[in-house]
Design a protein around this ligand. Structure first.
Ligand code: ADP
Length: 348
């Protein structure tokens, strides 16, 4: 295990910004911390780096308790959004900086810097100053600098968000390739769901300072534990339902859904992914006559807005749909009502 975080909490004054966060990140994993702006991602990363102190909880690095160690003792490199290069040092010296601090041999420093600059395809600019580089090139140098020191984990705080979309997508692929090739452990903060899905072996989703999901992107997508997680990863139709009897839920408009769960309570929120509304060939369980309200051609598929007994939902199809198709809801998730809102929580 590279990193283990145990019940970490942090307040700024009266404001609780992280509440009992626990997660584990295995060696060689690309681990992303994903959440909206203000959800506590950067604070969590800074706690791991030792740049902030937690109020409660523990941090283990390679099973060693580092909670009481300061940042310079933990020595965890971090790549920032704004690059934070040393402006007076050239590219080579920026990347060599951490290695010189480690008092490595000059020949070893030179070989490591060159190898890392090559890996980041920036070796042809090694005698330039940061001011003589584009934003994308500066970020390559910042990444090379963090990787050169060969730490057990490397932290990234929204490192690509200053880059334009094309460059960002290209850098995502490169980062993933480099992480795999070097077998490194990356802890990566982002607010971009697509970026997190593309890059990560494992995701931690933060919502208002709480960890609401932790697992592989596939796990969270197919088996979300929370309403927030279900909405945040992938597309989701959310409908409020009431328990009709032990096997059925009913919407206000009268749509009845059969289910097989043991539910305690009266009201629930149901999440239906667009791809779980399928064209049906005959009537059966959770099959309804729908009306197509609008259709959008998306290239590889069509997206439709349909009316299902008074409820508007989004569905997908490979072919155009008839005006009133028979559709089947093949799968849905059930959550306690409003469970993605923490309105009762006085700290938010
Ligand atoms: P994110 O990275 O998800 O955008 P942050 O971790 O930066 O979120 O911030 C989480 C919350 O903590 C925000 O409400 C922010 O205003 C607050 N916060 C962050 N740093 C400080 C600080 N040094 N002092 C007071 N409040 C802070």
């Amino acid at each position: 295990m590279s990193l283990r975080v145990q019940r970490l909490s942090k307040s700024y004054g009266e404001r609780l910004v992280l509440r009992e966060i626990s997660f584990e990140c295995a060696r060689g994993e690309f681990f992303s911390i994903l959440g909206k702006s203000g959800s506590g991602k950067t604070t969590l990363l800074r706690l791991v780096a030792g740049l902030e102190r937690s109020d409660d909880g523990k941090i283990f690095l390679n099973e060693k308790d580092v909670t009481a160690l300061a940042a310079h003792q933990r020595k965890i490199p971090i790549v920032f959004q704004n690059y934070a290069l040393f402006p007076h040092l050239n590219v080579f010296e920026n990347v060599a900086f951490g290695l010189r601090e480690q008092k490595r041999k000059e020949s070893d420093i030179r070989a490591t810097v060159l190898e890392t600059l090559k890996l980041l395809s920036i070796d042809d600019k090694m005698y330039r100053l940061p001011a003589e580089l584009s934003g994308g090139e500066q970020q390559r140098v910042a990444i090379a600098r963090a990787l050169a020191v060969q730490a057990p984990i490397t932290l990234f705080d929204e490192p690509l968000s200053n880059l334009d979309l094309d460059l960002r997508r290209a850098m995502q692929k490169e980062l993933k390739f480099i992480q795999r090739q070097m077998g490194r452990t990356f802890i990566y903060v982002t607010h971009d769901q697509e970026e997190a899905l593309t890059l990560s072996d494992k995701l931690l989703i933060l919502h208002k300072g709480r960890a609401c999901e932790c697992g592989s992107p596939e796990d969270i997508y197919h088996r979300p534990k929370t309403l927030f997680g279900a909405r945040f990863i992938g597309s989701a139709n959310v409908i409020r339902v009431q328990v009709l009897d032990s096997r059925h839920l009913k919407t206000e408009s009268g749509l009845t859904l059969a289910h097989g769960e043991n539910l305690q309570g009266k009201f629930f929120d149901v999440v239906i992914r667009p791809e779980h509304i399928e064209l049906a060939s005959g009537f059966g369980r959770n099959t309804f006559r729908a009306k197509v309200l609008a259709s959008y051609f998306k290239g590889a598929f069509f997206e439709h807005l349909i009316n299902l007994e008074g409820i508007e939902l989004t569905m997908l199809s490979a072919q155009p749909l008839p005006a009133e198709p028979l559709v089947r809801v093949s799968k849905f998730f059930i959550f306690p009502p409003n469970s993605d809102r923490y309105d009762q929580d006085p700290t938010h």
